[in-house]
Design a protein around this ligand. Structure first.
Ligand code: ADP
Ligand code: ZN
Length: 715
């Protein structure tokens, strides 16, 4: 027998370059394991961290006087070996301190087991709410067996699997084979909007469960995931737990511990669910794999999809990711035979993809114009100039409402107008802390910064010229809402954006209301654009199809194509065919025409060629070093010094340093230095080089440096 380890390496949730060493007191020897959470003394207080290493040497022999651990808290191992390996990978690959990576995987809110029902304070719905009760509440049903009756989807009780069409069956078969063989394999399910990807996911999950394994089902964000989550619950009942940051801490903690205890066999959740301790993980589903919200925008800046792929590799699981508009990275991985492509080229029941009409916002002639790229075009009349709804879109809305159908209107901008400008001197109200204009919110008559929430409650006079005449330029969702109220008073409108869904539960209520037909029009920001399946929607209107294309980001066209294709894909998912209206100033743009035809291949080939000529992602790997601080000159100086230090490293190309497009945010000046290399390992090593020096220093530096490996946004 080997002697029990006497020293523990503890990763504390602090920006430290290494874990700290503590002595294991005799009372705890033989008990402490890697992955345990322990209480330790730290600078006169008590802190908690995760044990990431154990050694046998004694403190004295190492010539150190070390302080002892104070205890295990809780007694369970929170990070099993595979998950600990995953966290180490996140820490290394994304250049984040190990303790911060541990904290992300096991946040403080889940670190303690929920108290049992009998000990819950007040005995009511506290942390101790029994699981069965919670599941009964959400309508938990047992999984429908594979022996479900044949027939149409609508006649079956909820929770019963649908019988797959031939394309779905062909897509599912290799996934089932991989699950049966128990191999680590990655599939990319590329299927047009409405092709029935969700049913393939659900049946893959059922297969994993039948094989005695568990499944993780990732959705990009909660707004998108709400309907999917309901479907997973419907199908698998009380084996399902939800896990995401919008849950109350108690619910989140219960979900985590249900998975830990093996009682939850399916976990549906957003990015952070990738760390939930499901045992015997067999399958990871990644819905809408292209979504940028899978990337965390603070340290550790991990990508949920890529972290899931690493977890699947570590645990020998199968990954099934899907999208109608795969990211260029994933699609190229198919070509390089890293992923297996599964294809659903048609909508369910051979429903047509929706017909797209372009409203040319430049033309002064109302009515039909020559078609562009095979798409119908109509002009706007002069009378409509500056109005959010063109005459054509208004007319289509009227027709849809009269027919008792539903419409979705999409505008990726909340608030009333985007800006308030002085008509006398041209002054535009800007946020004093961020380099962005303030957005006018009509209901409360205030200007608000959409980055830092700074509010200007009164607009009395222009601060530049003391003028009183203001123009409200640009359009936000509240402005469209007002236009609808005026021009289509009969329409019952639901507005879905960050402002209208802040309250917990508001989003789910809105979705349910729209589903049961309590409104005719669902108007909103990108929340309404993706993922939803509302079979009664026959019309989708895009108020401004050009907005995303103009953003200063190398992925702007990819994002625009994805968003337009996804939003168009919300129309005609039921028995009636759908129609889509794009209002645009650039009707000839290839992104508009490709999205208009739901033609991923056309877009992909063209965009890929462009990326290749620039030797950008996915042909090389990218990392961003972010610098921010309150003093512009210091930020510039540090960014330039780092660039100087990295200049001349072989195999790495530097772009910048330069101010970021959003050059000031919440009072902080922002610069970045972009690194490109053929292999990610080179970049990771450089990021660690730069950051280790910062982590070793105490206190908050005047200029903070952060690493963003595989950045999802350059703004
Ligand atoms: P996607 O995710 O590919 O956009 P969904 O999975 O939402 O598409 O499916 C679109 C619609 O088709 C849904 O209403 C779904 O219930 C229905 N559907 C999917 N598969 C089948 C099937 N095999 N038989 C009948 N209806 C199906
Ligand atoms: Zn601001």
């Amino acid at each position: 027998m080997q002697a029990s380890p006497t020293l523990a390496q503890v990763a504390l949730p602090l920006a430290l370059p290494h874990p700290l060493l503590y002595e294991i007191p005799p009372s705890l020897r033989g008990q402490v394991q890697c992955g345990h959470r322990v209480a330790v003394p730290l600078r006169g207080t008590r802190a908690h961290g995760i044990v990431v290493g154990l050694t046998g040497a004694s403190a004295k022999s190492a010539g150190m006087s070390l302080r002892p651990l104070e205890g295990l808290d809780p007694a369970d191992v929170l990070l099993a070996p595979a998950l600990l390996s995953l966290v180490r990978w996140v820490s290394r690959y994304y250049a984040a301190p190990i303790g911060i990576a541990c904290e992300t995987a096991v946040p403080r809110v889940v670190a303690r087991p929920p108290r049992s029902a009998s000990t819950a304070q007040s005995g009511a719905r506290g942390d101790g709410q029994p699981i069965a009760q919670e599941d009964a509440q959400s309508g938990g049903r047992k999984a429908g067996g594979p022996d479900a009756p044949e027939g149409g989807a609508d006649t079956r009780p909820p929770g019963t699997p649908l019988s797959l069409n031939p394309a779905q069956a062909a897509a599912l078969a290799p996934v089932v084979a991989a699950l049966e063989a128990g191999v680590n394999r990655t599939f990319l399910l590329q299927g047009v909007t409405g092709s029935g990807k969700t049913e393939v996911y659900l049946q893959a999950v059922a297969t994993a469960l039948e094989r005695g394994r568990t499944a993780l089902f990732l959705v990009p964000e909660i707004a998108l995931g709400t309907q999917v989550m309901a479907r997973v619950r419907e199908r698998f009942g009380d084996q399902v737990a939800e896990y995401h940051s919008q849950l109350t801490p108690g619910t989140r903690r219960r979900a985590w511990w249900q998975a830990h205890a093996g009682r939850a066999r399916v976990v549906v959740g957003a990015r952070s669910a990738v760390f939930v301790p499901l045992r015997d993980l067999g399958l990871i589903v990644i819905d809408e794999e292209h979504e940028p919200s899978y990337k965390q925008s603070e340290t550790p800046r991990y990508h949920g999809r890529d972290t899931a792929l690493m977890r699947a590799r570590l645990e020998g699981a199968v990954t099934l990711m899907g999208s109608a508009t795969p990211s260029l990275e994933s699609r190229r991985n198919v070509e390089q035979e890293k992923y297996v492509r599964l294809h659903l080229p048609e909508r369910i029941a051979a429903r047509p993809t929706p017909r797209v009409t372009l409203v040319d916002l430049r033309s002064k002639q109302e009515g039909a114009a020559p078609s562009i790229g095979g798409l119908d075009v109509v002009g706007t009349g002069d009378a409509d100039r500056g109005e959010p709804l063109s005459a054509y879109l208004r007319e289509r809305l009227q027709a849809v409402i009269a027919a008792g159908d539903q419409a979705i209107l999409f505008l990726n901008r909340r608030g009333f107008s985007t800006a308030v400008q002085c008509r006398d001197c041209g002054y535009v109200f800007e946020c004093p802390h961020c380099s962005v204009v303030l957005t006018f919110h009509r209901k409360r008559r205030l200007l608000r910064c959409h980055y830092c929430n700074h509010e200007l409650r009164e607009i009395r006079a222009c601060p530049e010229c003391a003028g009183h005449d203001f123009a409200y330029t640009g359009v936000g969702t509240q402005r469209v809402e007002a236009a609808l109220a005026e021009q289509l008073p009969e329409a019952r409108v639901l507005r879905m954006d960050l402002d209208s869904t802040r309250r917990r539960g508001a989003l789910a209520t809105m979705i349910a209301d729209f589903e049961r037909g309590a409104a005719d029009v669902l108007l909103g920001t990108q929340m309404v654009a993706k993922g939803f399946d509302f079979p009664r929607v026959t019309l989708v209107g895009v108020i401004n199809a050009d907005r995303e294309m103009g953003l200063p980001d190398f992925r702007a066209q990819e994002r625009a194509f994805q968003l337009l294709t996804q939003v168009a894909g919300r129309a005609g998912r039921g028995n009636k065919p759908g129609e889509v209206v794009f209002q645009t100033y650039q009707p000839e743009h290839h992104v508009i025409t490709a999205a208009g035809h739901q033609d991923y291949e056309a877009f992909y080939q063209r965009e890929l060629a462009e990326r290749q000529s620039l030797r950008y992602v996915p042909f090389r790997r990218m990392a961003n070093l972010l610098f921010d601080g309150p003093d512009e000159a210091e930020v510039t100086r540090v960014a330039e010094a780092v660039a100087q230090r990295l200049t001349g490293r072989s195999g790495v190309e530097l772009l910048g340093p330069a101010p970021m497009p959003l050059s000031r945010l919440k009072g902080q000046y922002r610069w970045h230095l972009t690194l490109l290399a053929g292999r990610p390992g080179l970049l990771t090593a450089l990021l660690h080089d730069v950051l280790a020096a910062q982590w070793a220093r105490r206190g908050r530096p005047r200029v903070r440096i952060q690493a963003d490996m595989d950045p999802a946004s350059m703004l």
